[in-house]
Design a binder for this molecule. Structure first.
Ligand code: ZN
Length: 446
C-alpha cells in the first residue's frame, strides 16, 4: 500500500526532536547529515522515558527495535549509521535481542563494498499482545505479534447496555480466555492485554462513567484481572478513542503523523489525540471528550443529561433517529448495524430527505472538528465507525463547516478523512499499546 507522504517520509511527521542518544555515537559530515535526514522519532510514548544512565541500555534497545520495525530488513551497520549508536553497542544489543528472539537474521545479505552484511528483521514469533473492545453492541478481540501482524480477530455480538457491568466483564473474560488459549497454543507468550471502553477511564483502569453502556464506577481492569485469575501479563483499560488513534498512528493510511486526532463514531463520539507524537490525556486521563462539547444550545438532550452535545447530534443513535424516524416504533434498537445499512441504501438511492439530513449531520460534525482544529491544530483528523461508513455523504458538508469555523487559514492544514481500519481499530490499538513495554526496550519476562 502506498501511504500519503507527509513531510517527505511516510514514517516521519513534523520536525524531528533530537533523541537523547544522539550525541553518543561518533559521527561527522555525511553520517551526521544522513542522521538528521533519517531521524524518526515519532512514536507512541506510553511510558515515561528512562531518565538516568542506568536506563541507557533500555533506551538503546528501544532505539534498535524501533529502527528495525521501521526499516527491516536492515543490517547492524544500517542501525549504527542511522541511530547514532556506535557499532559495538549495536552489535551487543542485537546479540541480546536475537537471544531473546525479538530480532532474527534473515539469512539474506546485502552486498556492499567490503564484506556482505547480514540482514535483520523483527522476530517476535514467541510473543503476542491482545487488544479488546467493549462496544455498544459487540465485544472484539485482536491478537498481534511483535511485528504488528494480526494473529486473530474475533467479534462477538453482545448488547452491553442491556447487561449488568459484571455480566459484560464475564463475557469479556470468556472471549479473552479463548484468545489467550489460542495464542498460548501457538507457543506464544502474551505480553499484555488492553481493553478499550466507550467512556471515561481513570489511570487505575476504572470507568467512572460510560453513558453508552449505562456504567458508573466499574473497575474493569481489576474485575478482568480477577476473572482471568491474575495472569502474569499487564491488563490495562483505556478509552476506545485513545486506542483507536494509536491504531491509526501505527497502521492507518496516515501512519506516522505526529499531530493526529481520531474521532470515534458509534454509540458515542470521542477524540483520541496525539500531539507531537504523544497521547494527550490530561490530569486524570479524561481529555478528548469532544462528544460532550455543546454545539447547539437548542439541540436535543444528550445521554449525559446536557443539551445539544455533539454526541446528541451526530452519534450513531442520533443519526439513525434523525434519518429513520420510524426506527423505534417497535421498541428500542439494540443492533444499530442493520439501521446504518438502511441509511446507506437510502443515501445511495439519493433519497432527498436522507441526503439533506446527512448534510445537516455533516455540518454538525464539521463544527465539532473545527473545535479540535482550533484547539489542537492537527495535521489529520481521522473519523471511524459510522462516520467512516457515511463519509461520502458527510465529508463535503463537514469539511466546509470545518473551514468556515477554523480560525487559521485552510483550517491550519487540517485534513479530515475517513478511517480505513474498520470496526476493529480500537482492539488493534489495544494490542499495539500492549506491545509498548517491549518496544520501550524492556525485555519480556522469561
Ligand atoms: Zn453530552
Amino acid at each position: 500500500m502506498t501511504r500519503p507522504t507527509i513531510n517527505g517520509d511516510h514514517l516521519t511527521a513534523g520536525p524531528a526532536r533530537a533523541p537523547r542518544y544522539a550525541m553518543m555515537g561518533a559521527g561527522t559530515g555525511m553520517a551526521q547529515r544522513r542522521r538528521r535526514e533519517r531521524q524518526i522519532v515519532i512514536d507512541i510514548q506510553t511510558e515515561p522515558q528512562p531518565s538516568d544512565l542506568g536506563d541507557v541500555r533500555v533506551t538503546n534497545r528501544a532505539v534498535v527495535l524501533r529502527h528495525v520495525r521501521r526499516h527491516a530488513p536492515c543490517s547492524r551497520a544500517d542501525i549504527a549509521a542511522h541511530t547514532g549508536l556506535n557499532k559495538a553497542t549495536v552489535s551487543s544489543l542485537v546479540t541480546e535481542l536475537i537471544d531473546r528472539r525479538l530480532l532474527r537474521e534473515t539469512g539474506l545479505t546485502e552486498n556492499r563494498v567490503g564484506r556482505p552484511a547480514t540482514m535483520l528483521v523483527l522476530d517476535g514469533e514467541p510473543y503476542a499482545a491482545l487488544g479488546m473492545e467493549i462496544g455498544a453492541d459487540e465485544l472484539v478481540v485482536v491478537a498481534v505479534d511483535l511485528g504488528g501482524n494480526r494473529l486473530l480477530t474475533w467479534r462477538r455480538a453482545f448488547a452491553a447496555p442491556l447487561a449488568a457491568p459484571a455480566e459484560t466483564v464475564r463475557a469479556l473474560a470468556t472471549l479473552a480466555r479463548r484468545a489467550i488459549n489460542r495464542v498460548n497454543g501457538q507457543g506464544r507468550t502474551i505480553l499484555g492485554l488492553t481493553v478499550g471502553v466507550p467512556g471515561l477511564v481513570d489511570t487505575a483502569g476504572t470507568v467512572p462513567l460510560a453513558t453508552a453502556l449505562g456504567w458508573r464506577d466499574v473497575p474493569v481492569a481489576t474485575a478482568l484481572r480477577a476473572a482471568l485469575r491474575d495472569p502474569d501479563f499487564t491488563i490495562a483499560v483505556d478509552t476506545d478513542a485513545n486506542l483507536a488513534v494509536v491504531a491509526e498512528q501505527r497502521h492507518g493510511v496516515y501512519a506516522g503523523t505526529a499531530d493526529l486526532v481520531h474521532l470515534t463514531g458509534g454509540a458515542t463520539v470521542g477524540a483520541g489525540v496525539l500531539t507531537g507524537g504523544r497521547p494527550l490525556r490530561g490530569a486524570r486521563g479524561f481529555a478528548g471528550e469532544v462528544g460532550h462539547v455543546p454545539v447547539d444550545p437548542a439541540g436535543p438532550v444528550c445521554e449525559c443529561g446536557r443539551r445539544g452535545c455533539l454526541t446528541a447530534l451526530v452519534a450513531l443513535p442520533a443519526v439513525v433517529r434523525r434519518l429513520l424516524p420510524d426506527v423505534e416504533v417497535d421498541g428500542p434498537v439494540t443492533d444499530w448495524l442493520p439501521e446504518l445499512e438502511r441509511v446507506q441504501t437510502l443515501a445511495r438511492q439519493e433519497d432527498p430527505g436522507v441526503l439533506a439530513g446527512l448534510a445537516e449531520i455533516g455540518t454538525h460534525l464539521g463544527h465539532g472538528v473545527s473545535i479540535l482544529a482550533n484547539l489542537l491544530n492537527p495535521q489529520v483528523v481521522t473519523m471511524g465507525g459510522h462516520f467512516a461508513v457515511l463519509a461520502p455523504w458527510l465529508l463535503p458538508a463537514a469539511r466546509a463547516e470545518l473551514h468556515a469555523r477554523a480560525l487559521a487559514p485552510a483550517a491550519g492544514g487540517c485534513q479530515l478523512v475517513a478511517s480505513r481500519l474498520g470496526a476493529t481499530a480500537t482492539a488493534l490499538g489495544g494490542a499495539t499499546v500492549a506491545l509498548a513495554t517491549v518496544e520501550s526496550g524492556r525485555l519480556p519476562v522469561s
